[in-house]
Write a protein that binds this ligand. Structure first.
Ligand code: SF4
Length: 373
């Protein structure tokens, strides 16, 4: 298949791995930012094909994983209300809140619907004028344009029984937070390809300059990832720290101008609480004052709901690159996809889910003892 098979070509992958082996002379820690990249790495076993000196740690780029427990509890409180149709992408339904998940609320009579686009909610709102339709607007810069568009279109068409529970997060502040951490191990980033398709890479240049850390914008197929690793290793070995675009077929320096304009019309940058990472200044989007009437948090008065993260889940350490799923004592035991203790076990982009889906919990005792490579 064009644009797919050539990025999974075993011969090309083998050549890239050999080139990495020829280039590397010492250990380096690289973080892949996106959960989609983590899944490719684990699915194709790329981390096990690379030379031992390359350690890949998994970043915070899974939108479901980093949505705060507080926000999830607020979403659940709204979904339980009478006359509310609560709409969400499917991957949020199994994410545990303090008192269960959206599936449980649905089984108890709540109206919860899976949508494929936030614009579908406007059709639902039109068809149900006696209900309040709420969309759970989470995600990174990638999902923000369509979510902004839904609010823009709701106002344009005078749809007043629609609102959004916004919990958007932004990648660059999270990367800065990781690099500022006193126990940071990350020496280079495989940058978030899909996020950069929207935002471009200009926001990453100050990170490269300030922290002297290579950032290579990287795609999601095995060849993309191996190419990203090679470019990072070349920079590190040569003492360079530069922004390189390894995903030229999708990403341009300034991103998608129309998408950025739509974001700018509807959202403003705000402080945001990340699950496992805490509050990161200026790391999220919220609605501007002009669109505050569409804010579900104030419409349903749920902002006073607060939650305490369960101590057992170590996903925060995983999302900062300090641990890997196999380092969590609960992995594959008390915590599994049937009984998830954290969002990283149920999200389609979660690191724990990737390790479980691709059988890393089936390793023998020797491998467990040796760590999670
Ligand atoms: S295995 Fe479960 S408890 Fe452990 S970090 Fe992952 S989601 Fe959290």
């Amino acid at each position: 298949m064009k644009y797919l098979d050539e990025y999974r070509d075993q011969r090309v992958a083998g050549n890239l791995i050999e080139e990495i082996k020829r280039t590397i002379t010492r250990p380096w820690v690289l973080m892949e930012v996106c959960g989609g990249q983590t899944h490719s790495i684990v699915k194709y076993g790329l981390d096990r094909l690379l030379p031992e000196q390359v350690e890949l740690v998994h970043g915070p780029g899974c939108p479901v994983c980093v949505t705060s427990l507080e926000t999830i509890d607020r979403a659940h409180a709204i979904a339980r209300m009478p006359d509310v149709i609560f709409c969400s992408f499917g991957d949020m339904l199994r994410v545990p809140g303090t008192h269960g998940d959206l599936f449980k609320i649905k089984s108890e009579g709540g109206i919860v619907r899976v949508v494929y686009s936030p614009l579908d909610c406007l059709k639902i709102a039109r068809a149900n004028p006696d209900k309040q339709v709420v969309f759970f607007a989470i995600g990174f810069e990638t999902t923000a344009p369509a979510n902004a568009m839904s609010v823009w279109e709701a106002r344009r068409h005078g749809i007043t029984n629609f609102s959004v529970l916004v919990s958007h997060v932004l990648v660059p502040p999270a990367m800065r937070g990781i690099l500022d951490s006193p126990n940071n191990r990350v020496q280079a980033f495989l940058g978030p390809g899909h996020v950069c398709a929207i935002s471009g890479w200009t926001e990453y240049e100050p990170i490269v300059d300030r922290y002297r850390v290579p950032v290579v914008v990287t795609g999601f197929e095995p060849i993309d990832i191996l190419q990203g690793v090679l470019l990072c290793v070349q920079q590190l070995e040569q003492g360079r720290a530069e922004l390189e675009n390894g995903y030229a077929r999708a990403v341009q320096r300034k991103g998608n101008a129309a998408a950025r304009e739509m974001i700018g019309r509807v959202f403003r940058v705000c402080d945001r609480a990340w699950r496992g990472l805490g509050v990161i200044p200026q790391s999220g989007y919220s609605l501007t004052g002009e669109f505050s009437a569409y804010d579900a948090e104030s419409r349903f008065d749920v902002s006073r709901i607060h939650a305490v993260e369960p101590a057992v889940c170590m996903s925060g350490e995983i999302l900062k690159g300090l641990m890997k799923p196999l380092d969590c004592p609960a992995f594959g035991r008390e915590c599994n996809p049937e009984n998830p203790l954290g969002a990283t076990m149920v999200s389609a982009e979660g690191a724990c889910a990737a390790y479980y889906s691709y059988g890393r919990h089936l390793v023998d005792a020797h491998s467990l003892a040796a760590g999670s490579r």
